[in-house]
Write a protein that binds this ligand. Structure first.
Ligand SMILES: [Zn+2]
Length: 204
């Protein structure tokens, strides 16, 4: 699939972009998504680096996964659209794609991790009500799950560790009540994300 990139230098160039990728067949994509080098392009005229977000179907058959990845710019459109592609989960923006793939790779339950993110955000917003904070999954250690909070102070990342015991307890609760209030609020149609709890109602 050909996509066009317009550069600030007034040059535009077209790039080859796979509309669909399969992580079982091309596991190298997983590393590229994680380290941010996935689909980076260089303007042939001025050498500027571009990291565009194009829509993407991401398959990971061994994990029974079929995601549609939408560009962050299409977030509003997603909330307004009437129909979702069948059998497909939605993620919005490449950072969210990297985040979700990392936690699935680490064997964690996405709904539970998104719920933990929400609790962390609530606490952070209580302490820093004027900041625009986002929270990201970082890693699973032997005793805790590490999250990174962005936006508390400019240019700084705050690290928050949630004990694995708290994760396990929340997971147990999720298995008992998968349709509990928090899990219903975290999901908007095909889209499970803490973003659904913090996004302005006006978008929906
Ligand atoms: Zn350029």
């Amino acid at each position: 699939m050909n996509q066009k990139i317009s550069c600030l230098c007034d040059n535009s160039f077209s790039v080859e972009f796979p509309g669909e990728i399969d992580l079982d067949q091309r596991p190298e994509y997983l590393n590229e998504i994680m380290d941010g080098s996935f689909m980076n392009y260089t303007c042939p005229s001025c050498g500027k680096k571009h990291k565009p977000e194009f829509s993407l179907i991401l398959l990971w058959p061994s994990r029974k996964i079929r995601f549609e990845i939408l560009p962050e710019l299409e977030r509003g459109e997603f909330y307004r659209r009437k129909k979702d592609p069948p059998g497909t989960e939605t993620l919005i923006g490449y950072p969210e794609m990297a985040d979700r793939l990392a936690l699935i790779r680490d064997g964690l339950e996405p709904a539970v991790v998104e719920a933990l993110k929400y609790y962390l955000l609530l606490k952070a917003e209580e302490n820093y009500p004027d900041s625009d904070i986002s929270v990201w999954y970082q890693a699973k250690g032997p005793e805790s799950i590490e999250f990174h909070l962005h936006g508390i102070r400019e240019g700084e990342v705050a690290v928050s560790r949630v004990p694995l015991a708290v994760y396990e307890k929340t997971l147990e609760d999720f298995h008992k009540h998968p349709r509990g209030e928090i899990y219903r609020s975290l999901r908007y149609r095909s889209y499970l994300s803490v973003q659904n709890m913090i996004h302005p109602e006006g978008l929906k």
